[in-house]
Design a protein around this ligand. Structure first.
Ligand SMILES: O=P(O)(O)OC[C@H]1O[C@H](O[C@H]2O[C@H](CO)[C@@H](O)[C@H](O)[C@H]2O)[C@H](O)[C@@H](O)[C@@H]1O
Length: 526
């Protein structure tokens, strides 16, 4: 990669499989806790053992911390700093008491001080890093944390983010696997191995010069330096491809082109706490109807919402904002769901109504009504002769259903629809589950409608996280729209190409998910 100190880096899930992040200073704000503990340890030692003027200047958090201890295993840090002052101590043993004047004893003293501070002051995270990790995971990248710290697990647990990582290579693991600490590449190579990814398909994110050096030496495809102080030049010199002041500056491209990626999607039921973390943005729920809230059935009229699902939705509507986004006609889907106080979008988002009687049609769509009327007329006329074929008119779309058409006649349905489409070029042909649909050929879909609804519902993305659950091709527009700042949940029995980040097997699983979500939101309170 070309070296740059700007943030113009795109993290594409096409180019990378995994991201490996350092802990202190990148994910958690523990770097300053470490720095203070080091300073107390060394200043105490220097005061006792150096005569004035002779190597006695106190430990400098700005310079000594970054140069000698940051990012290194604990005892390496002690050795490195003492050497810089021309001081020599016996190595000692890892179980030396914290009052023993050995490399290990001093390291243990620093650790005691660090743990005391962790216990009393807790752990702060960098919100932009957590948001990046969630976005990358939703885009299908695997994640690892690498840290020379033996306290890595305790810090992740204290911050409540241990579930955000597929694997962890920390100070304990380094010792167990006999790996060299940073700046040696071992820790990054081990993380990529555990993530089953080639190093060149991994992104490394580090705030320490020893860390960027290690990730670069490991052959990582992209090394990002996070400059938390005055380190931009030093990070670039030690191997960073890019330096940012904050990870919020990075631009994420989830996939290139129009083909959704196929990957193994995690179950939304097993990851409710990741989808809706306790201390995060409030969820706002967008739900498709057919195949999501009701099972797919042979005749569209028979897709009836069960009383149980309705009761769950009613409960949820008291806990969060909800919109139903359907391909059905607005009046049809509103009657079928029958809940007041929520938003409905019909005809794939061309026709929207709000809880206070708001009614909005996508303006441009109205110009296409004559073409839709004509297409409906032709479809009814020409498909009427095909047994089982059904034409359904929505205000802004007309649908040919072939679920009940004999297999050897399905081609005839398609030929008729193609022919009518070719005489109405202002309409676009789309497909769904055993349906062909003609819609206005304008740049409007469920994804655009979702953004419109976010504004109408007054759900600023900084405070609200949109969750969209859907099962069909038209729902992919919404999943793609949400890839960077929301969560798509696909309803499907098995993995398939999708922009969604999680999966639920069927409408029963959706109901269970909605139940668990409402329990969680009720526990969290207003
Ligand atoms: O966006 P949705 O709410 O999921 O609507 C998509 C289409 O759903 C309906 O058709 C589908 O469900 C029918 C009933 O289960 C099934 O018979 C049909 O084969 C499915 O395609 C609805 O009738 C269409 O208007 C919607 O576009």
């Amino acid at each position: 990669m070309n070296k740059t100190d700007t943030a113009g880096v795109a993290l594409s899930s096409d180019r990378f499989d995994a991201v490996v992040l350092d802990l202190d200073g990148v994910i958690t704000q523990t770097a300053k806790v470490h720095a203070t503990a080091w300073k107390m340890t060394f200043d105490d030692y220097l005061a006792k053992h150096t005569a004035e003027g002779e190597h006695s200047e106190p430990f400098d958090i700005e310079t000594d911390y970054h140069r000698y201890v940051d990012g290194k295993p604990r005892y390496d840090g002690v050795r490195s700093f003492l050497q810089s002052r021309g001081l020599d101590l016996p190595e000692g043993k890892p179980d030396d008491g914290s009052d023993q004047e050995t490399i290990c004893g001093l390291g243990n003293r620093k650790n005691e001080l660090f743990q005391e501070k962790l216990h009393h002051e807790g752990v702060e995270v960098y919100a932009s890093t957590i948001s990046l990790i969630r976005t990358l995971r939703r885009a299908g990248l695997r994640t690892a944390v690498v840290s020379s710290s033996r306290n890595c697990r305790a810090v992740l647990e204290a911050a409540g983010i241990i579930d955000l990582f597929d694997t962890r290579v920390d100070g304990v693991e380094l010792q167990k696997c006999r790996l060299a600490g940073k700046p040696a590449p071992d820790i990054f190579i081990e993380a990529s191995r555990r993530l089953t990814s080639e190093p060149h398909r991994c992104i490394g994110i580090e705030d320490a010069t020893a860390g960027v050096q290690a990730a670069q030496a490991a052959g990582f495809g992209c090394v990002i330096g996070v400059n938390r102080g005055d380190q931009a030049e030093a990070l670039l010199e030690h191997g960073a491809d890019v330096v940012v002041a904050d990870l919020g500056e990075l631009h994420i491209v989830t996939a290139s082109g129009d083909t959704p990626p196929t990957r193994q999607l995690p179950s939304a039921l097993d990851h409710l706490n990741e989808i809706v973390p306790t201390h995060d943005r409030e969820p706002v729920l967008f739900l498709d109807y057919d195949g999501t809230l009701t099972p797919i059935v042979p005749h569209p009229n028979d897709a009836i919402l069960s009383d149980t699902v309705r009761a769950t939705l009613q409960r949820l509507a008291r806990l969060c904002k909800i919109a139903i986004v359907s391909g059905r006609d607005l009046g049809d889907v509103r009657n079928r769901v029958g809940i007041k106080g929520i938003w409905y979008a019909g005809s794939h988002g061309f026709d929207i109504s709000g809880p206070k009687g708001e009614r909005t049609e996508y303006q441009e769509g109205r110009d296409y009504l004559p073409a839709l009327d004509a297409a409906e007329h032709s479809l009814r006329e020409k498909l009427g002769a095909i047994p089982g074929c059904l034409v359904e008119r929505k205000r802004f779309a007309v649908t040919a259903h072939y679920r009940q058409v004999a297999q050897d006649q399905v081609d005839s349905v398609k030929q008729v629809v193609d022919q009518i489409n070719s005489s109405h070029t202002e309409l676009r042909l789309t497909a769904g589950k055993k349906i062909y649909e003609l819609q206005p050929d304008i740049d409007w879909d469920k994804g655009k409608a979702l953004r419109w609804l976010m504004r109408a519902l007054d759900t600023d993305p900084a405070r609200f996280i949109p969750l969209y659950i859907g099962d069909d091709i038209t729902d992919e527009d919404a999943f793609r729209e949400l890839a960077a700042d929301g969560i798509g949940i696909l309803v499907a029995e098995r993995d398939q190409p999708t922009y969604a980040a999680y999966r639920l097997d069927d409408p029963d699983a959706v109901q269970e998910f909605l139940n668990q979500l409402s329990d969680k939101l009720a526990r969290l309170g207003p």
